[in-house]
Design a protein around this ligand. Structure first.
Ligand SMILES: *Cc1c(COP(=O)(O)O)cnc(C)c1O
Length: 235
């Protein structure tokens, strides 16, 4: 038997840090959801985190959600957080409570269409390339409002919020300005009172910068390494 007790310890540590960051910012810690990012990790690790009370899990590949979904209790909440290809939309819609990585009108339309077929209103977040990095997915901050207007009429999606993957850095303080900008974008879009658009969620902050993200308004942090350990990619 593998000993996964480290997962319980890690969850406690991360939860404590989220709690403290929320308090520092005058926020209610209950307003922050910890998404355990289980990509590349075996389903037994997900089950361990579930046993520790976690319910929200994030994967960046539809194949991995497909594999793990049937092996976890039905109150497990799956978040698709990775780049989504069109040919995977049907499965992503069938299995994910939230899709965080919507960054084109074509993708939003495909999600809307598949959701309609199964009578679902799919919750989505819009991915923003907050630092305008060439290597990252997401719409640029300048294009966000236009994007929102393009998809606001789709009936089978609910635009819940914004998501970003901030630049990789070992100085998390450097990402504070980006997280603040995400929060500003959310406030700006809501202030326009567009029909069918009211966004509440901010999915931002990963293992190296989530405390800063919480201080700047994150409602969902996505933590992989700090809970399940380093990922090993074999190819
Ligand atoms: C892998 C991944 C994470 C988690 O990253 P860690 O640095 O391991 O916490 C969060 N968000 C996305 C989109 C990811 O792909």
């Amino acid at each position: 038997m593998d000993d996964y007790s480290f997962i319980e310890k890690n969850i406690l540590t991360v939860s404590d840090k989220i709690y403290a960051a929320a308090k520092r910012a005058g926020r209610d810690p209950k307003d922050i959801t910890l998404i355990c990012v289980s990509k590349t990790k075996p389903v037994e690790m997900v089950a361990k985190a579930y046993e520790c009370g976690r319910r929200d899990f994030g994967e960046n590949k539809v194949q991995e959600i497909t594999l793990k979904h049937p092996q976890l209790p039905s109150d497990t909440v799956w978040h698709m957080i990775g780049h989504l290809q069109k040919n995977k939309v049907k499965k992503a819609v069938a299995l994910s409570e939230y899709i965080h990585s919507v960054d084109s009108a074509e993708l939003a339309q495909a999600i809307d269409s598949e959701a309609g077929k199964i009578g679902k209103k799919q919750k989505i977040l819009l991915e923003v390339n907050i630092a305008d990095e060439d290597t990252k997915y997401g719409v640029s901050p300048d294009a966000l409002e236009h994007f929102v207007c393009e998809i606001a009429d789709l009936k089978n999606i609910e635009i819940c919020g914004l998501m970003c993957v901030a630049p990789y850095t070992d100085k998390p303080e450097e990402n504070r300005a980006y997280f603040r900008k995400m929060n500003d974008l959310l406030i700006d879009i809501n202030a326009k009172s567009l029909d069918n658009v009211h966004m509440e969620l901010l999915s931002m902050g990963m293992s190296n910068d989530y405390e800063i993200a919480v201080e700047e308004g994150a409602t969902h942090v996505r933590i992989g390494t700090d809970i399940f350990g380093e990922r090993v990619y074999t190819k």
